[in-house]
Write a protein that binds this ligand. Structure first.
Ligand code: RB5
Length: 145
């Protein structure tokens, strides 16, 4: 899997899935930076999306994982931070292409839309797939700002 620290964050809807994915990361010996939330008590997803995005943008984590009920709100929040490319993925193929074509640095998941096995597939593929690079992808990713 990916080198370096992996940051992870979720709102209350994503909290149980965050625990599953965090355990998987730790089994593989990765350093995990868990930014919460720490229970299923209601919280606001923008707070967690922004906090994680700032950790990735600032270089304190090489990749990030964010989870809310749909993955939509928390990915919108993360993508407002400069240097972040958060990709909302629903299967291993979208996770692979997010890395190959978009050089995504944050994986967003919807805990109410996919089960833990699909989420684990997304996580493993996201952390083991390299950016394809090349002039065409570089030009397009560059236009993302
Ligand atoms: C929380 O109820 C829910 O709105 C949130 O987890 C997420 O799905 C927002 O996009």
């Amino acid at each position: 899997m990916s080198e370096g620290t992996i940051a992870i964050a979720a709102d209350h809807a994503g909290f149980p899935l965050k625990e599953v994915l965090k355990a998987e990361l730790e089994v593989h010996g990765l350093t995990v930076c868990d930014l919460g939330t720490d229970s299923d008590s209601s919280v606001d997803y923008p707070d967690f999306g922004r906090a994680l995005a700032e950790v990735v943008s600032g270089g304190d984590a090489t990749r990030g994982i964010i989870i809310c009920g749909t993955g939509i709100g928390i990915s919108i929040a993360a993508n407002r931070v400069a240097g972040v490319r958060a990709a909302l993925c629903h299967d291993a193929t979208s996770a692979r292409l997010a890395r190959e074509h978009n050089d995504a640095n944050i994986l967003a998941l919807g805990a109410r839309l996919i089960g833990p096995e699909v989420a684990l597939d997304c996580l493993r593929v996201f952390l083991t797939t390299s950016y394809a690079g090349g002039e065409r992808h570089d030009r397009r990713v560059g236009k993302l700002g």
